[in-house]
Design a protein around this ligand. Sequence first.
Ligand code: SF4
Length: 65
Amino acid sequence: MLNITDGQCGSCSHFGGGIPEEQLVQIRVNHTAQDDVVGGCDLDSNASIHLKVSPIGSCDRYEAA
Ligand code: SF4
């Protein structure tokens, strides 16, 4: 189980492409995710290369969900 802190992808508004809505809500509410979860990032620069990130990833463009 991954524990997600503020500033990490799992709590970012750009995270979650390809993850079912109900599962994404649970990740945001519980601040946890299964170890194998990856999701798309919808920032233009990342979406154009179909970047997939872990919920515990991060970058300077973080925006709280
Ligand atoms: S890569 Fe950056 S912008 Fe994309 S979900 Fe993670 S923190 Fe958010």
